[in-house]
Design a protein around this ligand. Structure first.
Ligand code: IMP
Ligand code: MG
Length: 178
């Protein structure tokens, strides 16, 4: 599988170090508070499971599946929540965990929708961000890495639903797309 990569962008060691860093910041942010950490499926699943074990306090977890409607250029589009939270977040501290923020459209729609439910706070942790691709304004409170405009796979990220189970993050060889 690793042979399908043209290059490795983040190896297991880099990801482990980053998770420890993010976990520490998140622990500091929420110390003494009750927080629900929400994984956005499916892309965040590997990152999420490593990250939450670096948060040194008791937390609640939950999951959502969401996608945005529309043509990809409409930043005020509606979000389609395919799987919703199993708890009411009113008055609760909520931390969303996403694999990558690209255009930002999905996440900005989702956060606007969740804000209507009046959480005590709503923050975002994303492992990767492609700032050069942004179309909708999204504040990433905890960001792993800014990356260039390249399509990456592994560690939860897929190409046509494959490669999510790869231990590293990298760029596919062009022939894999063919
Ligand atoms: P956006 O921020 O609304 O454009 O959508 C972000 C979503 O697009 C992510 O959750 C991924 O599912 C997908 N995505 C964007 N860039 C990549 C990439 O480089 N590799 C794999 N999936 C990506
Ligand atoms: Mg995704």
């Amino acid at each position: 599988m690793i042979n399908d990569l043209a290059s490795v962008m983040f190896d297991e060691q880099a990801l482990a170090t980053k998770n420890a860093e993010l976990g520490k910041l998140i622990t500091q942010e929420y110390k003494g508070k009750e927080v629900i950490v929400v994984g956005i499926l499916k892309g965040s699943v590997v990152f999420f499971s490593d990250l939450i074990r670096q948060i040194d306090m008791p937390i609640q977890i939950d999951f959502m599946v969401a996608s945005s409607y529309g043509n990809g250029t409409e930043s005020s589009g509606k979000v389609n929540i395919k799987k919703d939270l199993s708890v009411d977040i009113k008055g609760k501290h909520v931390l969303l965990v996403e694999d990558i923020i690209d255009s930002g459209i999905t996440m900005s729609c989702l956060m606007a929708e969740l804000q209507k439910r009046q959480p005590a706070s709503l923050k975002l942790c994303a492992l990767l961000s492609k700032p050069s691709r942004r179309q909708a304004d999204v504040k990433i409170d905890f960001c792993g890495y800014d990356i260039p405009d390249e399509f990456v796979v592994g560690y939860g990220l897929d190409f046509a639903e494959k490669y999510r189970n790869m231990k590293v993050i990298g760029v596919l060889k062009p022939e894999v797309y063919a």
